[in-house]
Design a protein around this ligand. Sequence first.
Ligand code: DX5
Ligand code: ZN
Length: 220
Amino acid sequence: MLPPVRIAPSLLSADFVRLADEVRKVEEAGADWLHVDVMDGHFVPNLTIGIPVVAALKKVATKPLDVHIMITDPIEYAERYVRAGASTLTCHLETQPDALALIRSAGAHAGLAVNPETDVAPVRDWLDQVDMVLVMSVHPGFGGQKFMPEVLPKIEKLRAWGWEGDIQIDGGISTATVGDAAAAGANVFVAGSAIFGSADWAGTIAALRETATARFAGGR
Ligand code: DX5
Ligand code: ZN
């Protein structure tokens, strides 16, 4: 049984001054999960939000917080992000994948992310400890970058191994790129600029969902 198609708007492209309103509006527009990008200015060349903001989001969100930690030391911080309210917490293979066990024992779903230049082969050894694999389709650090189709074979490989859990794709997802990602086998779609930069968030989310569903697993 393959997992359902889910749309996860990235709050990185939301208006940070009005975050509670943005959460409410994007949930009403049809978001399944809220993707939260945590950056430490070390693993990636940008700083965004941290534990107190995740805790604040948890107070207003009705949808699961899908927290993507682009940080060098997930072992040090994982439990605190789960306690702050992450439903899924995704750390990077390039950092400390041993954090996965901590994430699960703290009570969240565990995600493992791979950067565009990172080989997916080592992920296979971690699959029994993860609920979701995140394939980055841009170099992490910033929203609004161009989709890298060359990462799609990694998704095909994961499905060929028989992985039936979630596969998330993050970076440059729009109505133009979501179909190919779904056809490769991705089922969770992060989109920041494509949703928050559009005039009609509900229309954009519906269009992403429609195209993804039509192409995922041959449009089951
Ligand atoms: C990039 C982040 C993404 C980003 C996606 O480092 O992990 O989640 O917000 O933004 P878009 O959809 O604009 O590429
Ligand atoms: Zn992300």
